[in-house]
Design a protein around this ligand. Structure first.
Ligand SMILES: *Cc1c(COP(=O)(O)O)cnc(C)c1O
Length: 387
């Protein structure tokens, strides 16, 4: 039975796509195959697997399921989101140029500037929330446009369809980091993107207990090159972690609905709180790009950024006073996390770059979990009143 996107809904495919009872035992749940090597009946003759870097039965099932959820045929599971992007960058060669969004996961900025620049690839960082600025940034040697939407931590959005059209008109690929939305709320390939990347460390796995990444495309030529690179670069995900991701996908829909519902309620509440200067959440009508959010996302997700009145002292007393929220990096787990991007996730950015982006000292980022929303709201109210 094929779990095709047109026949079955998202939640059904999340539970079943790529999966069938194990033919040797009847086990309903996909087994974790730890073997690194597979028997050949004669040299070169085997059952589809020969060595687990090239392909592993557990990983292959997960890759099929996540690809299906993004509406595509080809998935590549990685040991981290970062090595997924490293693999993508090996599609390029010395002399090539990349246009990237200016507000993005700080580790990507570090990877581009400190690793791939040395390999002769050049990067321009552009505020792509204005699509016209992409047109102006394209060069004859531009081979890829790299975007996140919404961005981390400022929750800016870019118009995926418009950027796909501009990228393709210039012969460049559009790659989208879809970590914040997951395929449940946003499907960039359907909007014209060529390649989707996730840090599965976040919503895909959803339980803050593994580091992983995944790449998805429906383009056969690109898939062939990524198959080669997965093997040649070797940034593949372990069978055990692929199993955990496969298991987590089964609840992706219900988790995302809970994150989204809690975050909507919390964002609306925080917007009325006297200690809060500004709330950045795509679901609020006050968000400058709320219309774009409605156009290209089917939900608003669980990430909220807030600017506090009272600067750093107010931030510090809030961060010290939370109980339901945990002060920690990362996002997308079932538990609520709070972080301070200027001193935590975005510390590796040069200070002038950080400030020019608007990542000021009074910025706090919330990853809203699936706890009871009253407890989440009470916790922040108490923490905001603490100073
Ligand atoms: C966490 C994250 C990454 C990096 O992924 P790792 O799994 O930590 O290597 C990339 N992009 C976004 C948006 C992230 O949140």
């Amino acid at each position: 039975m094929s779990w095709s996107p047109d026949k079955f809904g998202f939640d059904t495919r999340a539970v079943h796509a790529g999966q069938s009872p194990d033919p040797s035992t009847g086990a309903v749940i996909t087994p974790i195959v730890l073997s690194t090597t597979f028997e050949h009946s004669s040299p070169g003759q085997h059952q589809g697997f020969d060595y687990s870097r090239c392909g592993n039965p557990t990983r292959a099932v997960y890759e099929e399921c996540i690809a299906n959820l993004e509406g595509a045929r080809f998935g590549f599971a990685n040991a981290s989101g970062t090595v997924g992007v490293t693999t993508i960058m090996h599609l390029l060669q010395s002399g090539d140029h990349v246009v990237a969004g200016d507000d993005m996961y700080a580790g990507m900025y570090r990877l581009f500037e400190q690793i791939f620049k040395k390999n002769g690839i050049s990067f321009s960082y552009v505020d792509l929330s204005d699509s016209k600025l992409l047109e102006a940034a394209m060069r004859p040697e531009t081979r890829m446009v790299w975007i996140e939407t919404p961005t981390n931590p400022l929750m800016k959005m870019v118009d995926i369809r418009e950027l796909a059209d501009i990228s393709h008109a210039h012969g460049a690929l559009l790659a989208v980091d879809n970590t914040f939305m997951s395929p449940y709320f946003q499907q960039p390939l359907a909007l014209g993107a060529d390649l989707v990347m996730h840090s599965s460390t976040k919503y895909i796995n959803g339980h803050s207990d593994l580091i992983g990444g995944v790449l998805i495309t429906d383009n056969e030529e690109l898939a062939e090159r990524l198959t080669f690179l997965a093997n040649a670069v070797g940034g593949i995900q372990s069978a055990f972690d692929a199993y955990l991701c496969l298991r987590s996908l089964k609840t992706l829909g219900i988790r995302m609905r809970a994150h989204d519902s809690n975050a909507r309620t919390l964002a609306a509440h925080l917007e009325t709180h006297p200690a809060v200067e500004r709330v950045m959440y795509p679901g609020l009508t006050s968000h400058p790009q709320h219309d774009l959010a409605l156009k290209q996302m089917s939900g608003m997700g669980g990430m909220i950024s807030i600017f506090l009145k009272g600067g750093l002292p107010a931030v510090n007393s809030m961060l010290k006073s939370v109980k339901v929220f945990t002060l920690a990096e990362s996002l997308g787990g079932v538990e609520s996390l709070i972080s301070h991007p200027p001193t935590m996730t975005h510390l590796s950015l040069p200070e002038d770059v950080r400030l020019s982006l608007g990542i000021t000292d009074n910025l706090v980022r919330l990853s809203v979990g699936i706890e009871n929303v009253e407890d989440i709201i009470d916790d922040l109210d108490r923490a905001l009143d603490a100073h």
